[in-house]
Write a protein of this length. Structure first.
Length: 247
């Protein structure tokens, strides 16, 4: 249902901002607006949105800078950038920051609605561990919370899955046969720069160096085995794309 989706529209053009907001509200979305990048960032301090539709070229804080700050607070935030200009430098900078959805104005309403629905749809969570019991227990608790879960017993299998499915998040065991967890993380990031990664290990001291490298490659945190599977759901709720607006 559209009314379950919270959309933030950000544009310094007040007429365009009002028009987009009116159209999206009529289509059944919950809509909030911000007139500049700084205001958009401020809104994310207290709530979250399923999709943020943001202009790239704005005074003081442009859309790329605002997107970066938003993702520092909420790594799973889904952002669509809009531009009326062919500013290739800013567009490339946005892609370097992991923004995959960049559209050019003027935008057809039906195409925009379709893109919003597509980017807001929940993507599966990938659990990677050669211990089948870990995969099963994590899958069970995550599926009970309404998430689709895919599992892989090796890095190679995970990479193959990632080529076929745009996963929002991956739980990766550091010690895997053949391709280890660190290499798996790096390969998954090559396939999908926006994927969120959480490492897992039962060898806290033995894999300390690999864990540091994983965190340097943007792994969000590490779960140390044995852990309560509900810890995984807490992480997903905090940073994942199923978070909804508050109030």
């Amino acid at each position: 249902m559209n009314d379950e989706l919270a959309i933030l529209v950000v544009d310094d053009n007040e007429d365009l901002l009002d028009t987009f907001a009116m159209i999206l509200k009529r289509r059944g979305f919950f809509v909030e607006t911000a007139g500049n990048g700084a205001s958009a960032v401020a809104k994310f301090k207290n709530q979250s949105f399923d999709v943020t539709l943001m202009d790239i070229v704005m005074p003081e804080m442009n859309g790329v800078e605002a997107s970066k700050k938003i993702k520092e607070m909420q790594p799973g935030a889904t952002i669509i950038l809009m531009t009326a200009y062919s500013d290739e430098e800013l567009i490339q900078l946005a892609r370097d920051e992991g923004i995959r959805h960049i559209v050019h104005k003027p935008i057809r309403v039906d195409q925009l609605i379709e893109l919003i629905k597509k980017t807001a749809s929940d993507q599966p969570i990938l659990v990677i561990d050669d211990d089948a019991a870990i995969c099963d227990s994590l899958s069970k608790v995550l599926e009970q919370q309404g998430y689709e879960v895919l599992t892989a017993g090796s890095g190679e299998e995970a990479i193959a899955i990632a080529h076929e499915n745009a996963c929002q998040m991956a739980f990766i065991d550091i010690k895997l046969p053949n391709i280890d967890g660190l290499e798996t993380l790096l390969r998954l990031k090559e396939i999908n720069p926006e994927i969120l990664t959480i490492m897992m290990t039962g060898f806290r001291n033995e894999v300390k160096e690999a864990l540091q490298k994983a965190q340097a490659a943007s792994a969000i945190t590490c779960l140390y085995k044995p852990f309560d599977p509900t810890e995984a759901t807490d992480i997903v709720k905090k940073i994942g794309k199923k978070s909804r607006h508050s109030g």
